[in-house]
Design a protein around this ligand. Sequence first.
Ligand code: PMP
Length: 460
Amino acid sequence: MSQLGGIDRQRLRRLISSEERRFQDTTAASRAMYRRARDVLVGGVASSYQLGNPWPLYMTHGEGAGLWDVDGTRRSDYHGGFGAMVQGHAHPAIGRALQERYSRGTHFAAPTEDAVIVGEELTRRWGLAKWRYTNSGSESTMDAIRIARGFTGRELVIKIFGSYHGHHDAVMVAVGTGDSDDPFDPPELPYGAGIPGAVASLTVAVPFNDAAAMERRIERLDAEGRKPACVILEPTMMLGLVPPEPGYLEAVRDVTRRHGVVLIFDEVKTGLTVAAGGAVERYGVTPDLVTLAKALGAGLASGAIGGTEEVMSVVEDGTVLQVGTYNGNALGMAAARANLLEVLTPDAYARLDVLSSRMVAGCRAALEEHDLPGYALGIGARGCVTFASRRIRDYATMRIQHDPDLLRLTWLHATNRGLYLTPARPEQWTLSIAHTRADVDAYVEAFTELAQQLTILMRS
Ligand code: PMP
């Protein structure tokens, strides 16, 4: 079943082709850069997530909510560097902090006062006692899992089926390839080659929003002598946007506590975007470990792990090594400090909520007006429209309704109308505090035009 059951597929593909031509006609400089880049960069890009079809857009600069490509086209940025730039681009307070820090040196591999101040602020926001720093979301989840393993003396990891937690082996499993017809891809399927089967078999997936299934799985593994070290989950799953159902996070907290399993909330995406204190503040459930990255560094590579005294004691006493040359790098910490204390203030979250409500209301109205099956959701800076006849609650309900053609059209349509989005499975927007009501209205206008075109395809 597709998201829009009665749609005329041939006309949909014709519409995609016409948007593809428009994209190609307006991105000649990116095409030329792509040809040049391919000589030296694999696929012409720095990361496979930056690949584009037919080529990626190469960027020159960003300012506030705007992002410019090498053809000189400005787009309103809802991609946000994969959801990191909630501050907007080139925020003056971040720029000041970086300049001041730069003139006094940027890297010592020794702690600075900023690292302490950032830790104090994260403790205040998350209510977790002890922090360490990393350079990315992947490093945060990798180290958090190692800490959980060191703390429990066990090896198995439970994750949520379809969730992405970064590019290290333990979590590049059961992400869901998205290209098989089977919505329940084999649960321990590695995400790409090069991941040892022995490592993949130490990761077990369970569905989101089902604490009873998680508990049954823990009990079964325990009975087999394979009790897990930890459960890692995103408190709001980023398949588009799938919020926890009422009571789910509380139940997960209860199950993991009763079974002595470390609970890790991966807040790489929700942290500093859904509320000042991330999902922990928003939903009022505190795990044993939290992982942060993305929005923390305000555009610089950084990440953090927060934990209880008890769990972090294995780092404190040297049992687990949590290390890295650039951890707590002085420049990154200067950015994080200005970000937390001057930019992502209570006013910023109030502003994001206002923009989010406007965005969601506008997209909902477009869906209703054009009688399309789907819904719009927003939580702080994050939001999305999902075309679906059934509410998505986990990976399986997403995959059944997954429609790659529709996603392709959505992305092309938006890109050709001055918007920049991630070409992800169900699309997601990240608002920044630099976005204005006029920006949101422009997004809604483009979406309304898309909705109108889709209705015509459904009627034909
Ligand atoms: N966890 C989550 C929830 C993420 O969304 C991501 C990246 N999209 C990561 C971890 C990995 O972060 P990074 O790409 O910075 O390594």
